[in-house]
Design a protein. Structure first.
Length: 54
């Protein structure tokens, strides 16, 4: 069974939100899905840097 995902409020500047909204539209994703995708990619890059540094 999947764990429940609780809402998470975030405050971002309007221009950044507009840009993310456009990116989400271009990628045919919701704004939430776009944010999750980008955060996961950022996390994976950080983990790769850590593993190659060791």
């Amino acid at each position: 069974m999947a764990l429940p995902i609780n809402p998470f409020g975030i405050r971002i500047p309007p221009d950044l939100k507009d840009w993310l909204s456009r990116q989400a539209l271009n990628n045919r994703r919701s704004l939430n899905a776009e944010l999750v995708k980008r955060l996961e990619e950022s996390k994976n890059l950080d983990l790769q840097k850590i593993s190659t540094a060791q």
